[in-house]
Design a protein around this ligand. Structure first.
Ligand SMILES: [Zn+2]
Length: 193
């Protein structure tokens, strides 16, 4: 069975992840299980907090997204199939000065059926390690840059609803409150059973 995905407003979603220092078999296995959970949920990214672990670890796979974007990985442009699904450990995102922002309607596996516009920079550079501890540098734009930023936010305990403009956030407020209530009820039910 795939790892269950934590829904809003489970407290783990607000926790900053611990830096990964041990690149062992358990880390590689967790990464593989997160990839399986992401694929089972038909998502393009998943952060450790979303499977109940506050760690600087996320996974990304845009092969099914049919989106156009550019990338450079370690100075080359390998085909997507060679490096996706990606495992990003201890990622650090930087944005070049003067990078344009753009609006895109995001979703999140921890917020089923809830979507909303978020403004983010169009292009980023992310330094990270893979599950074996090997360092990499990825420069990318468009949906890949957005997905990485969304996941790295999770690792810092930041959610896409925190990034929304007030008027956008207000549009989904009822749905967000209903989801939080549902999550609380499920946690209570799990405790008594
Ligand atoms: Zn998310």
């Amino acid at each position: 069975m795939a790892l269950p995905i934590v829904h809003y407003n489970d407290p783990i979603l607000h926790k900053k992840g611990a830096k990964v220092v041990l690149f062992d078999g358990a880390l590689a296995q967790l990464a593989q299980e997160m990839i399986a959970a992401m694929q089972a949920a038909e998502g393009i990214g998943l952060a450790a907090q979303q499977v109940g672990r506050a760690l600087m670890l996320c996974v990304v796979d845009l092969r099914a997204a049919k989106a156009e974007f550019n990338w450079t990985l370690d100075g080359a442009r390998p085909p997507l199939d060679l490096f996706m699904p990606m495992v990003l450990v201890n990622p650090e995102v930087s944005v070049a000065p003067g990078t344009d922002d753009y609006i895109y309607e995001e979703g999140c596996l921890s917020f089923p059926k809830i979507r909303g516009d978020v403004v983010r920079p169009d292009a980023i550079t992310v330094k990270y390690q893979d599950e074996r501890g090997v360092p990499h540098v990825l420069t990318c734009d468009d949906l890949l840059a957005r997905c990485v930023q969304h996941e790295v936010d999770h690792l810092n305990g930041v959610l896409f609803i925190d990034r929304m403009e007030k008027k956008v956030r207000a549009l989904i407020d009822d749905d967000v409150k209903a989801l939080a209530k549902e999550t609380r009820a499920a946690a209570r039910a799990a405790k008594v059973s």
